[in-house]
Design a protein around this ligand. Structure first.
Ligand code: GRF
Length: 193
């Protein structure tokens, strides 16, 4: 059985979708730990309910990279899954886990990605652009925000009366099906596209 470590900073609905798919037996993996960038976030509650070990490691801590490395050496992930994690992963961690760190982004990269494109801002930019579709992208993590090789994408329509909230909801629902699917394929060694 493969080992996953999840990083999250928010409500953790993507974490939950992975927990649920593992519980249903559709991903042959176990989540050995969750790292969050702050206390009090929903993802920590979800991990507690699922009896997953957790660590809170604030990005402004002086030993940020080494604290992450220490947890990862305890939890020995085959795959590191960023699920709504807002901090930049230190270069040291990316080098140590080359091609083993993936992220999900709530738009069709390479558009609407990079520094500053997070949360609501992504969906506002999509609406302002007049695009008639958006979607989500799973990609490998490199030292630049949202610029690693793309693994899989899925589209959703944008409607004329959409707001950032309605579009975000539609994209998030798509994330919840795409991310577990990609993880299942990656850990079973199948092509994820
Ligand atoms: C998702 O839209 C994800 O694409 C983005 O942050 C959001 C996280 O939501 N990176 P949640 O914490 O998984 O509910």
């Amino acid at each position: 059985m493969k080992r996953l470590v999840v990083f999250a900073s928010g409500s953790g609905t993507n974490l939950q979708s992975i927990i649920d798919v593992i519980d249903r037996g559709h991903i042959d993996a176990t989540i050995t730990g969750l790292i969050t960038s702050r206390k009090g976030v929903g993802a920590l509650e979800r991990a507690k309910v699922a009896e997953i070990k957790t660590a809170v490691i604030p990005p402004d801590s002086t030993n940020f990279a080494s604290a992450i490395m220490e947890k990862l050496s305890d939890w020995r992930p085959d795959l590191i899954v960023l699920a709504g994690y807002t901090a930049l992963i230190p270069g040291e961690v990316i080098q140590a886990y080359k091609n083993q760190i993936i992220n999900i982004h709530p738009a069709l990269l390479p558009r609407f990605g990079g520094k500053g494109f997070y949360g609501r801002k992504v969906h506002e930019a999509v609406l302002e652009s007049g695009a008639d579709h958006s979607g989500c992208t799973v990609h490998y993590v490199t030292e630049e925000y949202d610029r690693g090789p793309i693994i899989a994408q899925r589209e959703v329509p944008v409607y004329a009366d959409d707001t950032a909230e309605t579009l975000a909801r539609r994209v998030l629902a798509m994330e919840h099906s795409l991310y577990p699917e990609v993880i299942a394929k990656l850990i079973s060694g199948k092509s994820a596209t």
